[in-house]
Design a protein around this ligand. Structure first.
Ligand code: ADP
Ligand code: MG
Length: 729
């Protein structure tokens, strides 16, 4: 009987490239057709309602109930015109995925049968029975009410014939239960702080927005192979599998020709994405075989976060049509590249200026430097919190694994800026500067080239890199909601900008001219934040050593890194700006820690099951074959020949028996370790035990299984092998 693995391979061989119905229209003609955007609002809303919504989007003003009624009926009319039957509030609970609960538009209407109905009250607020979402104890099940509230700054859209309304999700006591609430609050804090600083340079700036361009990496695996791998199905990654003889060592996959089955899938989800207004621009093969990337044009951060979550859902959905499974796990395969989600972050003003882009004159360049230096300082101040924002059970396998940014947070700014900052530091004096000195400094600053894209040494090993007109936060994992890193990064920068303004204003009050005050504060910041700047190889051992000397933290353990979510420093930061209460932060910490524990628990169970039900029985079969063979040899050979020939076979039998015994013992010990951890009440201690006592068994057990894979008859090996998972398509 063929194993499930061979059935899967057979299925794969009969796959055909799914033909995609490419719209005959140009992309621009159908882009956003499933979004209730400004164009549709103009058609479906009254002038008053339209203006009110635009004002709410642009300035965060409240939408009165009367107007909400108009908007809801406009949305309803538009979506019913498009064949929509249901609506839902769409939100980002702390599960890490998106949530929706659909309601039909129709309402019984007495003698008239049913009518389609959707009023302002239902648009603005819903009360999903949300008792099963993680709340970290913020919401007891007996007071399970949480509510979702409309976020007009992200437009409603149609997904699967359902009108989806982006919302935030909070407990009835007001505590945030989602990713979006703190993000929206932070964006507003940063706006205020950045506008204030911009006022030193340009009085016309009244709004500063965070821009985010994410790069989504993922793997594709054929559905049949995926189903034959219970570890992939249940944990998102392979818990075992010997390296393929060939994987990425020839460096032939990155930017290679996209296989036609894959490009059909890409084309298909891109078309759907365009209809949803997601501006996917770039697609290419990534470093590992069967690994790919897509990236949109950057957008305002809140919208970009929604678009990323929506695209991940969309990719999962569309992949079914192509018999693919999309893997968003940070490290689905050992030994080849993992997947990240670079978060390209910048600040844009209402006057059309990118504050992280050098300008055309000394004044705008000065502004550019102020924002660059404050960002560096913010990252230095809150490096631990930034790390905490991106660690997870999945990302743990990726960070620091000589392919992804290390768990040391540092900043790369390239040789040009490094030199410039060094010069500034030495030139600016704390005493009153002569007009000549000032002119010289301004001349230096005026010379910053408009295009700083330092392509020659774009450092791929840095977790946080300046890439010419934006910072790239590269440590973010492929499966993460960008809202978390975007919140903490933006908040750290907001706090830093506020501090900057206080320091500059104090100097101005002391009679120092504005320019000079700015120079002096900047100089101090350059000095103070030097230790976080690093342009070298972040993967090297030397860097770990040097970072230690510099006093930078290097936290490899997820559980340990998460502690920074509730450090005094982090709490001060978040509470001060009204982003979280202490209780909310503790709740979030608890949720992340428990999530980690559960992930390791599931992995460890799957490991035990696979070892016991898949691997060991298969190995016994093979062992029996060998034993049978030895018996046969004994019959046909004389004793001298037998000893020589069967000796090698007996060695194999012994090796196999030894490994089986070790696997069995280790699985048993792993179960014991789990029991011990499970008995612990305190969730933090439990997580520590899972990380330190349970998790290590995974690689120990795997080690023997992977060796057995190399010995046992290929015909009976039950799990699709790495070469099949990585190359078959
Ligand atoms: P690379 O892989 O070379 O870093 P990609 O083209 O894959 O570049 O992705 C770059 C991402 O950065 C895109 O999403 C792009 O829109 C985004 N980006 C470019 N400029 C900015 C900016 N000023 N602010 C934020 N994101 C930006
Ligand atoms: Mg890229």
């Amino acid at each position: 009987m063929a194993t499930i693995r061979f059935k899967a391979l057979e299925a794969l061989m009969s796959r055909q490239v799914f033909s995609v119905d490419t719209p005959s229209k140009k992309t621009s003609e159908y882009f956003g057709e499933n979004v209730f955007d400004q164009k549709k609002m103009r058609v479906y809303l009254s002038r008053e309602a339209y203006d009110t919504v635009i004002d709410a989007i642009e300035n965060g003003t409240r939408i009165p109930r009367r107007v909400a009624d108009q908007v809801s009926s406009g949305m309803k009319a538009w979506s019913i015109d498009k064949g929509v039957t249901h609506y839902t509030h769409w939100f980002h609970p702390l599960t890490g995925t998106t949530a929706e609960k659909h309601d039909a538009f129709f309402e019984p209407a007495g003698n008239d049968g049913v009518i389609e109905s959707f009023d302002g009250a239902r648009l603005v607020q819903q009360e999903p029975d949300a008792s099963s979402f993680p709340s970290g104890g913020l919401r007891n099940t007996f007071e399970a009410r949480g509510y979702t509230a409309w976020d007009p700054s992200s437009p409603a859209f149609i997904f699967d014939k359902t009108l989806c309304i982006p919302t935030i999700f909070v407990a009835y006591t007001g505590e945030a239960l989602d990713y979006k609430t703190p993000l929206l609050k932070t964006l507003s804090v940063l706006n205020d702080a950045a506008v204030d600083v911009c006022q030193y340079f340009d009085k016309n700036v009244s709004k500063v927005q965070v821009m985010l361009g994410w790069e989504q990496e993922y793997f594709l695996v054929d559905t049949a192979l995926y189903i034959a791998r219970p570890d992939l199905m249940l944990t998102g990654r392979t818990l075992m599998g010997h390296a393929s003889a060939k994987d990425q060592q020839l460096e032939d996959h990155y930017f290679g020709t996209i296989p036609s089955r894959v490009s059909a899938f890409m084309r298909d989800f891109e078309i759907e994405a365009y209809k949803l207004g997601i501006p996917i621009k770039t697609r290419h093969n990534e470093v590992a075989p069967n690994q790919f990337e897509c990236a949109p044009v950057f957008e305002e951060a809140n919208l970009a976060v929604d678009h990323n979550m929506l695209l991940m859902d969309l990719m999962k959905k569309v992949s079914r049509r192509h018999n693919f499974k999309v893997l968003f796990h940070e490290k689905p395969f050992k030994g080849v590249n993992g997947s990240g989600k670079h978060n390209n972050w910048s600040l844009a003003t209402n006057t059309g200026v990118n504050l992280l882009s050098p300008g055309k004159n000394p004044k705008s360049n000065m502004q550019f430097l102020v924002f660059i230096i404050n960002t560096i300082k913010a990252v230095q101040e809150h490096a631990d919190l930034l790390r905490a924002s991106i660690v997870s059970a999945g990302n743990e396998h990726r960070l620091g694994a000589a392919e992804a940014p290390p768990s040391i947070i540092s900043v790369f700014i390239g040789s040009y800026l490094t030199k410039l900052l060094n010069e500034l530091e030495t030139r600016v004096t704390d005493e009153k500067m002569t007009p000549d000195e000032k002119t010289e400094i301004k001349l230096d600053i005026g010379r910053i080239p408009e295009l700083l894209l330092d392509n020659t040494d774009r450092n791929r090993t840095s977790p946080f890199a300046f890439t010419g007109n934006r910072f790239e936060f590269r440590a973010v994992g492929s499966n993460e909601n960008c809202a978390s890193p975007m919140t903490f990064l933006s908040l750290a920068v907001a706090e830093q900008l506020k501090q900057f303004k206080v320091e500059v204003d104090t100097k101005i009050e002391d009679g120092i001219k504005k320019d000079e005050a700015i120079f002096q504060v900047i100089k101090n910041y350059i000095k103070a934040s030097k230790n976080i700047l690093f342009d070298g190889n972040g993967y090297g051992e030397e860097w770990a050593k040097e970072a230690e000397i510099r006093g930078l933290t290097n936290v490899k353990s997820t559980v340990k890194a998460l502690e920074s979510l509730v450090s005094v420093k982090s709490k001060d930061l978040c509470v001060k700006h009204g982003i979280f209460s202490e209780r909310e932060m503790e709740a979030r910490h608890d949720i992340r820690v428990s999530h980690y524990t559960k992930k390791i628990q599931i992995e460890s169970r799957v490991m035990g099951d696979l070892a016991t039900n898949h691997i060991i029985p298969t190995v016994y079969k093979y062992q029996n074959q060998l034993i049978e063979n030895v018996r046969g040899l004994k019959q046909v050979l004389d004793s001298k020949d037998f000893e020589q020939i069967a000796g090698i076979q007996l060695q194999t039998i012994k090796e196999i028996s030894g490994r089986i015994a070790l696997i069995k013992i280790k699985v048993k010990n792993m179960v014991e370790a789990r029991k011990k951890a499970n008995a612990v009440e305190d969730i933090h201690e439990k997580a520590r035990l899972y990380a330190e006592e349970v998790k290590p068994y995974q690689s120990e057990i795997r080690y023997h299984i992977d060796h057995l894979e190399m010995v046992v008859d290929n015909e009976i090996w039950p799990l699709p092998k790495y070469r099949e998972l990585l190359f078959a398509r």
